[in-house]
Every structure is written in C-alpha cells, then in structure tokens.
Design a protein around this ligand. Structure first.
Ligand SMILES: Nc1nc2c(c(=O)[nH]1)N[C@H]1C(S)=C(S)[C@@H](COP(=O)(O)OP(=O)(O)OC[C@H]3O[C@@H](n4cnc5c(=O)[nH]c(N)nc54)[C@H](O)[C@@H]3O)O[C@H]1N2
Ligand SMILES: Nc1nc2c(c(=O)[nH]1)N[C@H]1C(S)=C(S)[C@@H](COP(=O)(O)OP(=O)(O)OC[C@H]3O[C@@H](n4cnc5c(=O)[nH]c(N)nc54)[C@H](O)[C@@H]3O)O[C@H]1N2
Ligand code: SF4
Ligand SMILES: [Mo]
Length: 743
C-alpha cells in the first residue's frame, strides 16, 4: 500500500513543495505539489529523483568510530563518548580556538543546520570558524553589512514584477537560483519576457540562461566590478541618477560620484572586453526601465573584486531608485525573522575584529576564510595554537575549497575530527567519529534561511514524511548531543539545549520594548509552546515572536506552529513590500553608500583597469542534475551532460591543437588535473570551464557510484592564496591556467 506525504525539497535554494509517494518506509516517487502556495507544482529533475537521493544505499546508517586506525560501525553512545573524550582534552589543554568548526552548504537546507551551529559555536567559544560562505556569498554579506549595517539584509530581485533584469554571473536555468529563492526560476524569467520585460545576462559563457536573454554580454571573467562601476559612472555623467523615495534614506551620493569618476566606459572596456557604447546602452536601459533589478551571483562573488561587485550591484539599484520598491530589489520579511525593531541607528557592521593566525586574514561575519583552513591546521606560529581538532558539519572542503591535497593532508594530521555527514566521503574519511543524519524523508523541514531570500513572503513546514528508522537519530538530536559532548555536558538530556535557547530568547524578548511579549514572564511563555520536539518548540517560538506571529496571544489571528500545521501546503504572506528604513542598522540609520572599507579597496579596482592578461582563464559551471560535491553518487543524476569535462572555445582548441574528447592537462598555481576536452562555442575565447565538486577517487571513501566516474577536482588548480581581501572569499573564477593537449 503506498501513501503520499508532503515535503519541501532540500536539494537546492528553490524550496519546491513536493508530494512524495511512499511505499512502507521507502520514497518511490516525487512530483510537484500543485497546491503548494509558493512552488505551485514546479519540480526539476533533481526533485524528481528525491527517492533515489533519499534511498542511496551508500548513506551511512550508523555512526562510525575510529578504532586502531580503522573506522568501524558503532553505537550512538560509543560515538558521543569518543567525541567527549577526543575534544574536551584539546579544549582544556589548548583553548577553544584549537577546535575548528567547518560548516558546509547543506546546513542551510536542514532545520538542524539552522538551529544548532550558533549554539555549538557559542558553547565552544572558538574563533576558528570556516564555512562554505567564503567560497560563495561572503562578499554579498560584507557589502550588505557595510551598506545597511546588517550582513543578512540582502535585497532580492522582484522577479515577478520587474520590467528589466540585469543578471550577472548566475545561471538559474541550471542552478535554480541562489540568494533569490524562486521555485521555477526559468518560468519566472520567461514570464518576465512574455510581459514585455527585458533580460540581460552578463556571463563569459553562453549559458542556457544567456540563451533565454534579450542580450548576452560575454564579459572577460573577474571584471564585473569594473563594468558595474562604469555603469554607475554613466548614470552620474548622463544625469540619470534618480533616487526617488530612497533619497531621505541615503548618505554619500557626492562622495560616491567622486570615487567612481575614473571608471569610464572607455577606461574599463579593454579590461572587460565590452564595447564602451554597449556599456552606455546598458546604463541607459537600466535607468529608463519602469522598474529594474540587478542581480549578481557566483560569478560576481567568487572573483578578486567580489565585494566591490556585490556592492555595485546594490549601488546601481539605489542610483536608479530601484532599491526597496516593487519591481526592483526588496528586503523579504520571513515569518521567523526577529520582531522588527523600530527604525533608527544601529551598531553597524565591522570587519576584522580579529585575524587569522597564519595569514592574518580579517574575520568577516565571525568567519575566517575557508581557504585558510589548511594553513591554520598545518602551520605553527608563535602567536597561538594551530587548529588541532575539527568538527565538520555537512561540509566537504577537500573538494569544495582551494587546494584539496593540502587540506587532505592537514585533516589527516589532526588530533581529532568529527564529521556530521551522511556519506563517508573525501572529507569525512579523515574523521575519528562520523555521525550520519537520517535521509531527508525522515527529517522535518522549514526554510529558516531561504525564506529570508525568497521572491515572495510565505511560510511552510513539513514534518518527517517517514518515521525515523530504528537505530537512526534525528539530525537535530545529533547536533544537540554533539554540543553537550564538546562543552563538558556529555550525557545530559539533548532537550536541555533547546530549553536553554528558548529560555535565553524569551528572556531577551520580554526585555525588549518593541517586542509583543514585553514585560511578560518568560516561563509562562515557554509553557505555551507547542510541538512534539525541541526544534518544533523553537520553531513555534520564532513564529510567535516574528513579524506575523501571534505574539503569544497578543494577536490571536497571528502565526504559530499550530496554525502552520493546519496549512500543509503553506501560508502565503504576500508579495515583497517596501521596508526602509526599518531594516537599516548602520550607525547613521541610513544607507551608507560609500563605506570606508569599500572606498579603501577602490584603488585596487582602479589598478585592474590596466590589467589584461593574455593567457587562458578558467571559470566554473553547474549542471542541473547535480549539487556541489555530493550528488555524484546517484546514478539517476549522473551521465548525459552532467560530466566533468573541460569546455573550451574552438578558436582556443585550434590554437592549442586540442581535439574534442581528447585529454588535456590543465595547470594552475595549486596543481594540475587532466580532463577530457569538450569543444564548444558556449564559452568565449580565452576562457575554459570545469565544474566543481568532482574528484571522487581518493581511497577510504564509500561512494560506490561516484568513484566509478570520479572526475577531477577543479579546486586543485588553486593554491588558496587568491582571495577577495575584504570578505576573505576564495577566487574560484577567472583563475589563470595553462593547457597542454595530451596524446
Ligand atoms: N571551483 C568551485 N568551487 C566551489 C564552487 C564553485 O562554484 N566553483 N561553489 C562553492 C559553493 S557556492 C559552495 S556552497 C560550496 C559547497 O561546499 P560544501 O558545503 O563543502 O559541499 P557540498 O557538496 O555542498 O556538501 C557538503 C556535505 O554535506 C553533506 N550532506 C548532504 N546532506 C546533508 C544533510 O542533510 N546533513 C548533513 N549533516 N550533511 C549533509 C554531503 O554529504 C557533503 O559531504 O562549494 C564551493 N566550491
Ligand atoms: N544544479 C545545481 N544547482 C545548484 C548547485 C549545483 O551545484 N548544481 N549549487 C547550489 C549553490 S551552493 C549555489 S551557491 C548556487 C549558485 O547559483 P549560480 O550563481 O546561478 O551558479 P552557477 O551556475 O555556477 O552560475 C555562475 C555563472 O557565473 C559565470 N561566471 C564565471 N565567472 C564569471 C565572471 O567573472 N563574471 C560573470 N559575469 N560571470 C561569471 C559562470 O560561467 C556561470 O554561468 O547554485 C545552487 N544550485
Ligand atoms: S528546483 Fe530545487 S527545490 Fe525545486 S525540485 Fe528542483 S532541486 Fe528541488
Ligand atoms: Mo553555494
């Protein structure tokens, strides 16, 4: 007898609602949930393979503990005993910073990842935090932090209402979108064009997204900040700046005008390889559009001027009056956001409150660059202890961060390592204890992170579609027990962690004058919480305190967990709305258009105007049926176009005597790889492309299918030294490489 259950898809940022078919405890099918308030039935090939992803026989079923050098199956009790015994002495002897915490991308796709890492970090007191953000969107956080005083205040393009979208370094037809949660992103782009709007795509590759556009600008990689600065320059020069309703909220317009005056279209054209007349046209179109949104993603972030490019994306929205207005870019308001505080000056955002020990990299948002993880482990300095233990949660930096070989060795040299991961993969193979979370069908789901980045305000929650199998532990409980084990409270009830957070959060809320629960008794409030588990009680609390919440009875029609459970297809909370000045937390209470760290970084960009290296540069790419490093083990999602090939332009292939399908050696600063050539007009001359997340040929993993077609690790071409200095973000795109045809 089969049954069906609803589950929000965790396999990318689009957060589609799925209807799963379940036979016994096995997911045998998945289709789009037509009644889902947000995704309305959309599904992609990855979501359709949910059952295969969920039921992969290589997923670990029990914890693994290293004994006599070998990882072997163990009980949960043995695993947490080993963790307490392994981590505590390191903390006690070498201090908290000797424990590194490494957080990977799937943390934003799980409830456990949203609710527990901050508690883990606070409990440990370590500054050795490294996450996937510094191979991804850290430049955007830094830019938002500086402009708006809040690193998480990221404006989202109003896809469904905009008249003009300038899309830079993103390929949502393959990625399904990022920092812009939009189920059926492709459909929304087609709708934009169908209603008479225009789409411009800036990308060195002629991607599927570029093919859909009115205009494709095949920019030279790494130069978007120059192009965007020139667009801003033209807006000033041609008197096209029109702040509109934003004017009272913005500081620094004159300073900005002066700071970018050298970035003329003629000045940047050679570096960007974009004609000055085209640059002027792009600026005029942006200014002329009824409404316009500028959206930059991976290709604009993972480059040497990532923070400047991210900043300029918002600067253009501001200069054209498109920030915070329908059809432009707006700040979403999620149901689990904190109670909005009254508008006014805030504490602002500071960079470099501390530095990494070896490379002296400034922290950003409390994080050190993941590019520096290996050196923080393998290099002793006089200043302090190296990292001796690592707790990796949903992270595979051996493949996703620069110079995997060095990191591989560094991880092997640790005194102790814990990995919370469903797979024994390239990174987890170094762990002394591996804690496997259950598959998604057995986990609850709510998008704490992506609802703050969604093109429509809405809220949805899925309880586990399948009960936990015997011997499994919920990932939330794994995290709670891990926190207890590493903070000296090993063996305490995991619910204690949730109670602690609830007590602290409510204690703070009752002291805040703008809170709906101001002045009430936190214990009385805690008793009102519903839910069958600690994480559910925490979700209930956040909903009730949040902007749409019931305020614990103050607004009886407001949201709480019970109301959400009664609406299994979710609750629509309406289109994005103008919110300024409320989200601003800068010391001035205004948008600070030219923050000092940005101004200080502009000379580096000026310098880049003169650069035009003539060698080949490499960029990445994503494939629809993949996700970073961990979906190559699913036979249903590999093969076809999802292959680790080196794409290059016919002109470059001819010059270098590379034949289609032949092996090519690719050399970069950090090493070399050999990949199969795929000759295609879709990459511009001078640029080659390899996808990331491949290289599944290391020993000691349990990835049966992935290891049969391992591919190569593109990040081995990097040595980890190329960073965007403001954010510490790795440069993964536009990196110099040399090619040799192999025979
Ligand atoms: N060259 C190059 N490198 C890149 C990129 C690029 O564009 N080019 N992109 C970068 C980006 S944007 C990102 S986000 C990073 C990603 O980097 P990572 O986060 O390190 O890698 P992922 O492959 O996303 O997954 C990490 C791990 O999560 C595990 N996992 C899957 N589901 C779960 C779960 O439910 N719970 C737990 N605990 N673990 C789970 C997987 O088995 C895997 O080991 O890669 C970056 N690396
Ligand atoms: N199918 C699939 N979906 C995914 C993922 C996946 O691995 N597979 N990963 C998920 C994650 S973690 C993320 S962060 C998102 C990322 O989402 P996107 O940002 O849409 O990711 P990409 O498809 O890598 O698109 C980046 C584009 O930037 C271009 N590019 C490279 N260098 C430059 C440059 O210097 N300038 C410009 N203008 N463009 C450049 C590349 O050619 C590429 O087309 O996708 C998410 N969704
Ligand atoms: S678009 Fe993303 S969220 Fe939607 S079904 Fe595909 S993988 Fe899942
Ligand atoms: Mo990412």
């Amino acid at each position: 007898m089969s049954r069906s259950a609803l589950r929000i898809c965790p396999l990318c940022e689009a957060t589609c609602g799925l209807t799963l078919t379940i036979d016994g405890t096995r997911v045998t099918g998945a289709r789009g949930d037509r009644e889902d308030v947000f995704s309305k039935g959309f599904i992609c090939p990855k979501g359709a393979a949910f059952g295969a992803v969920d039921g992969d026989p290589d997923r670990l079923r029990t914890p693994l503990v290293r004994r006599g050098g070998e990882l072997s199956e163990a009980t949960w009790e043995e695993a947490f005993d080993a963790i307490a015994a392994g981590i505590r002495p390191i903390v006690e002897r070498h201090g908290p910073h000797a424990v590194g915490v490494v957080l990977g991308n799937p943390n934003v796709h799980t409830m456990a990842g949203a609710l527990y890492p901050t508690v883990l970090l606070a409990g440990l007191g370590t500054r050795s935090l490294f996450t996937a953000s510094t191979v991804d969107q850290m430049p955007k956080h830094v830019s938002s932090g500086l402009l708006y005083g809040d690193a998480n205040a990221i404006p989202v393009p109003d896809l469904d209402r905009t008249d003009h979208l300038l899309l830079i370094g993103a390929n949502p037809l393959e990625s399904n979108g990022s920092l812009c949660t939009a189920p059926d992103f492709p459909g929304r782009l087609k709708a934009l064009r169908a209603r008479g709007g225009t789409l411009t795509v800036v990308d060195p590759r002629r991607t599927r997204t570029a093919k859909l556009a009115d205009r494709h600008v095949a920019i030279r990689p790494g130069t978007d900040a120059l192009l965007l600065a020139a667009l801003a320059h033209v807006l000033f020069e041609e008197d096209l700046v029109a702040l509109g309703d934003l004017a009272p909220h913005v500081l620094g317009l004159d300073e900005l005008r002066a700071a970018i005056k050298e970035f003329t279209p003629e000045g940047v054209a050679a570096a960007c390889d974009v004609e000055p007349t085209l640059i002027r046209t792009l600026a005029r179109e942006l200014a002329a559009a009824e409404s316009a949104a500028v959206y930059g993603r991976i290709g604009s972030c993972t480059v040497p001027h990532g923070t400047l490019a991210s900043w300029l994306v918002d600067v253009l929205a501001i200069l054209t009056g498109n920030l915070d207005r329908p059809g432009g870019a707006l700040f979403p308001q999620a149901a689990t956001d904190r109670t909005p505080r009254p508008a006014g000056p805030g504490h602002g955002f500071r960079l470099g409150r501390w530095h990494s020990r070896v490379g002296r990299h400034p922290e950003a948002k409390g994080e050190l660059p993941i590019s520096a993880l290996a050196e923080e482990i393998d290099t002793a300095t006089e200043e302090g202890e190296p990292v001796r233990a690592v707790i990796a949660v949903a992270a595979n930096p051996v493949l996703s961060a620069p110079d995997g070989n060095r990191l591989d060795k560094a991880l092997a040299s640790l005194d102790f390592m814990v990995s919370v991961d469903p797979y024994l993969n390239e990174t987890a193979r170094h762990a002394d204890v591996v804690l496997p979370p259950p598959p998604p069908s057995q986990s609850p789901h709510h998008d704490f992170a992506f609802n703050t980045l969604a093109v429509r305000n809405q809220v949805r929650y899925s309880r586990p579609a399948v009960p936990l199998e015997p011997g499994r532990m919920a990932e939330t409980e794994i995290m709670a027990r891990l926190i207890l084990a590493v903070t000296g409270m090993h063996g305490a009830e995991p619910g204690a962690v949730d109670d602690l957070v609830i007590g602290q959060t409510l204690g703070k809320a009752v002291r805040e004058e703008h809170s709906p629960v101001h002045g009430r008794d936190p214990r009385e409030l805690a008793e009102q919480l519903t839910g069958t588990s600690g994480p559910e009680r925490r979700l209930d609390m956040m909903l009730r305190l949040g902007p749409y919440g019931d305020g614990f009875g103050v607004r009886p029609d407001g949201l709480n967990l019970a109301a959400l459970l009664a609406r299994p297809h979710g609750i629509d909370l309406g289109p994005l709305r103008s919110r300024l000045p409320q989200p601003l937390k800068t010391p001035s209470g205004k948008v600070e258009l030219l923050p000092q760290p940005i101004a200080d970084d502009l000379p580096r960009l000026r310098h880049a105007m003169a650069e035009r290296p003539d060698g080949l540069v490499l960029v990445g790419r994503r494939h629809l049926r993949s996700n970073n490093s961990w979906m190559h083990n699913i036979p249903a999602l590999t093969g076809g176009t999802n292959r680790c090939t080196l794409q290059l332009n016919p002109a470059d292939a001819a010059r270098l005597a590379v034949r289609d399908g032949a092996d090519v050696r690719v050399e970069g600063a950090g090493g070399e790889v050999v990949a199969r050539a795929e000759i295609t007009e879709d990459v511009r001359p001078g640029v080659v492309s390899l996808p990331h997340g491949w290289g599944h040929d290391r020993p000691g993993t349990r990835l049966g299918h992935a290891s049969t077609t391992p591919g190569v690790n593109v990040n081995q071409l990097l040595d980890g030294s190329l960073l965007d200095p403001l954010s510490g973000n790795a440069v993964l795109n536009g990196i110099p490489v040399e090619l040799t045809a192999l025979r």
